[in-house]
Write a protein that binds this ligand. Structure first.
Ligand code: ADP
Ligand code: ZN
Ligand code: ZN
Length: 762
């Protein structure tokens, strides 16, 4: 039993740094835990104040006799704050962070709540006139004006800021519209509410559609169990367009009718706009959102509104999980397989796990939705741990799945075709263009880029700070995609001075050039990191393609997510196998997900779609399963492979990364840790079940001039890492022990320099 508790008196961001230590009196020992609200004597006069326990400890840290005792537990202390502090404590243990880092993740930045002067754009035209204005804008090629009018057709009032940031308009393109009487620019003193613009009067209400039997089955079972007091996690497995979002809205309606609140997580900032439109239409002013485009103040205000009960539904990325709802009843995670749900900042939490923990604290259920569930979630559904619903049909009548064909690129080469387009794809593109329909060309370039290498000595030109090749850009510069380092394209090899440097690999820019050459009449757009880096770049390209300003869209992973283009009837997937050979046990899963999603872009409307997958590995099970759109087939092969090699979910995999600016330092520290881990495993029963692999160099060994070594730890007994049995080991405790031992030995060895340690579940 811990002797001391760390208590924060006031939850504001600045003061989280300063917890005060109190003694836990004997009679309160089994009641004091992280998150609980306690009364403590504070300051010189020992005035009783309340504060939150953030952590427990066996050590006082300073003179124990000077430490005051906790006076009592504050009555009725299950507030949103206490819940979130408990979540932070769990995150600290589970993901090996400090309590301070965890608290900063779950508690939003407190800022002075200001009344802000906001401006709105309000449409003054009746719908018919608006349509005419729109036609004029299209005819004259006023793109910015067209975007704004299009948005106003949906929502008659739009916040000025949003028009600027999300629709990418400039004040000079807005002003003339106001002068012509098309719009009014209103000023209003408001409580900061970014959702304001989505709210249209009198639109709230039930959907006009009739749910199909598969949708109905999921809804009635989940609601029935909810009413019976059963709380669990459900997986809704349905292809895009199968009506999952309609299911979510019904579930939200039900949970709302019980007076509970809901959090909906979405993986991509670019999906905010369309999601908010739909949810506001259904739930009106009960809905708000957060995302990274909001200022800290705006985000804080949304959390504040949630805490006060002014809103009931929060939509946002993984950090929306920490919305301080008092009566949270449901957490929905859309596209649950997405990598964006895992944080790459300490604590490196996964939103899925963290959602389940938070739900367990407040009797909420969790609903996961995906067209291609993660292997982790599907295996839990298969074993009965999660409720499972399969939606097999597209919701809209006449919308059918596309035809998929695999083309063997080795054969193309053998038969003399050296182009990146197979003969079949070439032919189909021509046909599609003739029918005046649209084409998407998807270049799978995860972990891959175009680089320069020397034909004489074979060296590739690398970043001097990172262990990766520099990427060649059209402007003849070489750029590091990890640290931003760039140089002009060299004339000769830096190693052997040979002039024979040649580019390898194919980037989106190069594909664009080849497409323009092969299909000279076609309008081409390209969407990748470079073309979307400026604000609103995304929306601009998608809007242009959506309104058929171009015939062919070339892009990377970012085009496959959630966007609907009814006129796209052909999707070509170039280099489908590039992501299959990444140094990551999930690469097969990621490839399958990408290909399935890319294929799902074809034929969303009534016209049938066709997909052509070009690959050098036509027999690989991921490619075959993606072509057959056979998730179960993919899963059976994948889980067999994971079991064979002991990868998650067949075991728990953790990494301990040691990094240092000096290579020998990293090596030395890792050596010490390896030795100590072995000693520790020999002594401890639970730890003896750990299996160590490595240490090895990180896949990118040097990054930003920092050297990184990784020790893998595998374990098929989760108790040791989850700390769930109230057990003695959690990643946090293990990391703390490793760090302490390392510091001791570091001193005895008289070594200087610094190394840092990082825990992760890759
Ligand atoms: P998902 O979330 O699975 O991609 P959505 O819920 O967005 O699917 O549904 C796709 C489209 O089909 C939407 O336009 C939606 O309004 C429509 N839809 C959903 N369910 C039905 C239904 N039962 N009948 C008719 N249309 C539906
Ligand atoms: Zn050379
Ligand atoms: Zn670099």
């Amino acid at each position: 039993m811990a002797e001391f508790a760390h208590v924060i008196i006031d939850i504001s961001h600045e003061k989280v740094d300063r917890p005060f230590t109190y003694r836990i009196p004997e009679h309160l020992k089994d009641q004091v835990h992280a998150g609980c609200l306690v009364d403590v004597p504070f300051g010189k006069g020992n005035r009783v104040r309340s504060g939150y326990v953030v952590d427990l400890s066996d050590q006082a840290g300073y003179e124990p006799s000077k430490i005051k005792g906790i006076a009592g537990i504050h009555a009725g202390s299950v507030s949103a704050e206490s819940q979130l502090i408990q979540v932070a404590w769990w995150m600290k243990e589970r993901y090996g962070a400090t309590m301070n880092q965890a608290l900063k993740t779950v508690l939003p930045v407190k800022q002075q709540i200001r009344q802000v002067n906001r401006r709105f754009l309000r449409c003054l035209l009746p719908p018919d006139d608006l349509k005419k204005e729109m036609e004029i804008a299209v005819r004259k090629g006023y793109k910015a004006r067209e975007r704004l009018l299009g948005a106003l057709a949906h929502t008659p009032v739009i916040p000025y800021d949003m028009a600027v940031s999300q629709l990418n308009l400039s004040p000079s393109s807005i002003r003339p519209l106001a002068e012509q009487g098309v719009i009014a620019i209103d000023s209003e003193f408001i409580y900061r509410n970014p959702a304001q613009g989505f709210l249209a009067e009198g639109e709230e209400g039930s959907p006009a559609i009739t749910l199909n039997d598969q949708q109905q089955a999921a809804i009635s079972q989940i609601c029935g169990q909810y009413d019976a007091g059963i709380r669990k996690t459900y997986l809704i497995h349905g292809i895009t367009g199968s009506g999952k979002t309609e299911i979510y809205m019904e579930l939200i309606d039900h949970v709302r009718s019980k007076g509970k609140q809901v959090i909906l997580l979405i993986p991509e900032i670019s999906l905010t706009y369309q999601t908010m439109m739909r949810f506001c239409r259904r739930f009106g002013s009960q809905v708000s959102f957060i995302n990274s485009k909001l200022s800290a103040g705006e985000k804080y205000d949304q959390f504040e509104r949630a805490r006060k009960g002014e809103i009931q539904i929060m939509i946002g990325p993984r950090s929306a999980l920490f919305t301080p709802f008092k009566q949270l009843g449901l957490i929905i995670i859309d596209e649950e397989h997405e990598g964006a749900y895992k944080s790459e900042l300490t604590p490196r939490y996964h939103a899925r796990e963290t959602a389940q923990y938070r739900a367990s604290l407040c009797q909420a259920s969790v609903v996961l939705g995906s067209a291609t569930p993660s292997v982790e979630s599907y295996s839990k559904a298969e074993s009965g741990l999660y409720g499972y619903f399969r939606i097999t049909r597209r919701a809209k009548a006449n919308s059918v799945l596309p035809q998929v064909q695999v083309v063997d690129m080795r054969r193309e080469l053998k038969e003399g075709n050296r182009s990146v387009f197979s003969r079949k794809l070439q032919h189909r593109i021509e046909e599609t263009l003739k029918r005046r329909e649209q084409v998407i060309l998807f270049l799978n370039r995860r972990g891959y880029s175009q680089f320069l290498s020397c034909r004489s000595c074979g060296d590739a030109i690398k970043c001097p700070h990172c262990d990766v090749t520099l990427t060649l850009h059209q402007n003849h510069r070489l750029v590091c995609h990890y640290c931003g380092y760039q140089i002009p394209r060299p004339k000769e090899c830096p190693s052997c001075q040979s002039p024979y440097l040649a580019p390898f690999g194919t980037g989106t820019e190069k594909i664009e050039a080849m497409v323009r050459e092969a299909f000279p009449g076609a309008g081409v757009l390209r969407m990748d990191l470079d073309t979307t880096s400026k604000k609103g770049g995304h929306e601009e390209i998608l809007a242009a393609f959506g309104s058929h300003k171009a015939d062919i869209l070339i892009g990377t992973q970012m085009i496959v997510k959630g966007h609907d283009f009814p006129a796209v009837t052909l999707v070509g997937i170039l280099a489908a196998d590039l992501s299959l050979y990444a140094p990551d046990y999930r690469c097969g899963e990621r490839t399958f997900q990408l290909l399935t999603q890319a294929a799902g872009r074809a034929g969303r409307d009534e016209r049938p779609g066709e997909v052509i997958i070009q690959t050098y590995s036509p027999d690989h099970y991921c490619i075959q399963a993606a072509a057959a759109q056979d998730y179960e087939g993919f899963y059976q092969k994948e889980i067999a492979y994971r079991k064979l090699l002991g990868y998650p979910p067949a075991s728990v995999l953790m990494t301990l990364t040691v990094s240092s600016l000096e290579e020998p330092m990293a090596e030395k520290a890792m050596g010490m840790i390896g030795l100590w881990m072995k000693e520790f495993m020999a002594q401890d029963e639970l730890a003896s079940r750990l299996q160590l692999i490595g240490p090895v160099n990180a896949p990118i060994y040097k990054l930003n001039d920092i050297y990184r070594k990784i020790l893998y730890m595998k374990c098929n007994n989760c108790a040791i890492i989850s700390g769930e049995d109230g057990g003695q080991w959690s990643p946090y405790r293990m990391l703390t022990a490793v760090r302490r031992r390392l510091e001791e030995r570091w001193k005895t060895a008289g070594a200087g320099g610094t190394v840092s340690l990082l825990f992760d579940f890759p």
